[in-house]
Design a binder for this molecule. Structure first.
Ligand code: DSN
Length: 490
């Protein structure tokens, strides 16, 4: 695909391009005038946030730019409505329009991902994962426990029987990917609630290659016998074979839960298909909607018929009242993701990540696993003599927004780290192509090569004079050629 075709197909979706600029400008100017009349500091911060986002190379792998259609949908009176319960079955009156919103969002989600069931209420990815865990516990532990005790509902149990069942619910096992090899903190990391509510074990990656070793995962699963096997990642630069993960889960009688938050856009855009598409293989799939999927900040769950009834009770089981204004924006974003242009966008995310990885490799910058085949790269900055914290700060001084991230067996721990995670979804939305990402790699290497750690500090650093200004100016050229919300003026 040429850079030109990428740009036009990406920018035609949901008003990201110039065609909608006048209408969006009018809407935002009016909104800012109203906000200004009540709290001018918030109007100012809102204007400044757009200016800052326009003026920096956003490489945070979990961020993106939603369309004005998605953003505008969030600013409505749906925010004022309580709607605990689910479609057609609410604990509040007058939810007829929320029912429409939730029905449209879940219909788009089911059709986009080919899932039997979708749940659009989770407020975030962590909420989605908590609902999923409790839905699995409800299906696999609570329901059979009730049947064994001859009861239909937990409220029918005696104190003693309820205590027995509660102990069973709190005595289950979860196996997920470790944080330092790319897993997420909700996948059984001890400081997170997932590591406290389950007995947990963590699988890692092969220390030589950095890749997931399915035989090692299977061996651990056979020994540990988890109720839940979690697959998915937030900092692993490779694809996962979900068919193999399902085989492992089936062999040990586990439920396979996949957290596809980072790569949902690549699934929606059919870059990940077959064994790499989690939805046909997982019992329950969770995601956020704001990363590569390019929607509003929130969560979403897909499930098989077996788990659907328990997931559907996510509110009030785990969640507070649904954010109906955000569910409405999820519906709009999912409608956008069903357009053919979104497939071109998703393919460009992956092509651009490849170009970014190649750009680092040819400049001798070390990447965890030696490259990427998804939307992110994990740069090992120890070869520059830096911690992730120093590298992140020096890049930020130069107009390049990244986040520090642990690498496998990180000697600097999860706070200072030894890595920088860089993703392509946001700049691909702006229209960046492969040549632009090669230049991004060049600029990142230029900054890191001109940064020195100060003494033994893991945080302090010195950037050679002139580097920040020079790189910021070079980044400005790339940004000007690929404007964010072209034509939108406040
Ligand atoms: N915080 C998100 C990320 O940056 O990957 C995941 O929750």
């Amino acid at each position: 695909m040429t850079a030109e075709s990428t740009t036009s197909s990406v920018s035609s979706v949901g008003g990201l391009g110039a065609a909608y600029a006048d209408t969006a400008s009018e809407a935002y100017r009016a909104a800012l005038r109203v906000i200004e009349s009540v709290e001018p500091r918030i109007a100012d911060a809102t204007r400044k946030e757009l200016a800052d986002q326009r003026d920096s190379l956003k490489l945070i792998a979990s961020e993106n730019y939603a369309s004005p259609a998605v953003l505008l949908t969030m600013g409505t009176w749906f925010s004022d409505k309580y709607a605990e319960g689910t479609i057609g079955h609410r604990f509040y009156a007058a939810c007829q329009n929320v029912d429409t919103v939730e029905a449209v969002a879940t219909e788009h989600a089911r059709e986009l991902f080919g899932a039997p069931y979708a749940y659009a209420q989770p407020h975030s990815g962590i909420d989605a994962n908590l609902v999923a865990y409790w839905a699995i516990l409800a299906t696999k532990v609570e329901a059979p426990g009730l049947a064994e005790l001859g009861a239909k509902h937990v409220n029918d149990l005696s104190e003693a029987d309820w205590e027995t069942l509660r102990n069973k619910l709190g005595n289950q096992r979860l196996l997920g990917m470790s944080l330092d090899t790319g897993g997420h903190l909700t996948h059984g990391f001890r400081p997170n609630i997932s590591g406290k509510m389950f007995h947990q074990r963590q699988y890692g990656t092969n220390p030589e290659t950095g890749f997931v070793d399915y035989d090692a995962v299977a061996a651990l699963a056979r020994e540990f016998k988890p109720l839940v096997l979690v697959a998915g990642y937030s900092a692993y630069p490779r694809r996962i074979n979900f068919a193999k993960m399902r085989e492992i889960a089936d062999e040990v009688g586990a439920t396979l839960m996949v957290d596809m938050a980072h790569f949902a856009g690549l699934v929606a855009g059919k870059v990940f298909t077959g064994d790499e598409d989690p939805v046909p293989h997982a019992h329950v799939t969770t995601t956020t909607t704001h990363k590569s999927l390019r929607g509003p900040r929130g969560g979403l769950i897909l499930a098989t018929e077996e788990y659907a009834p328990a997931v559907d009770k996510g509110c009030p089981m785990v969640l507070g009242g649904p954010l109906s204004h955000v569910m409405a924006a999820k519906a709009v974003a999912l409608a956008e993701a069903r357009q053919p242009e979104f497939r071109a966008y998703a393919q460009s995310i992956a092509d651009n990540a490849q170009a970014l990885a190649d750009g680092f490799t040819k400049r001798d910058a070390g990447l965890v696993t030696g490259g990427t085949d998804n939307h992110l790269v994990l740069l090992d900055v120890t070869s520059f003599g830096l911690t992730g914290r120093q590298a992140e700060s020096a890049l930020l001084d130069s107009g390049i927004v990244t986040n520090r991230n642990a690498i496998p067996a990180d000697p600097n721990g999860a706070w200072y780290t030894s890595g920088i995670r860089l993703g392509t979804p946001a700049l691909t939305t702006r229209g960046f192509g492969a040549d632009d990402f090669d230049r991004v790699a060049e600029l990142v290497v230029e900054v890191l090569s001109n940064t020195q750690a100060e003494g033994t500090s893991k945080a302090k650093y010195k950037l050679a004079d002139g580097t920040a200004d020079r790189v910021h100016a070079a980044a400005g050229e790339l940004l000007a050629a690929n404007p964010l919300y072209p034509g939108l003026t406040l």
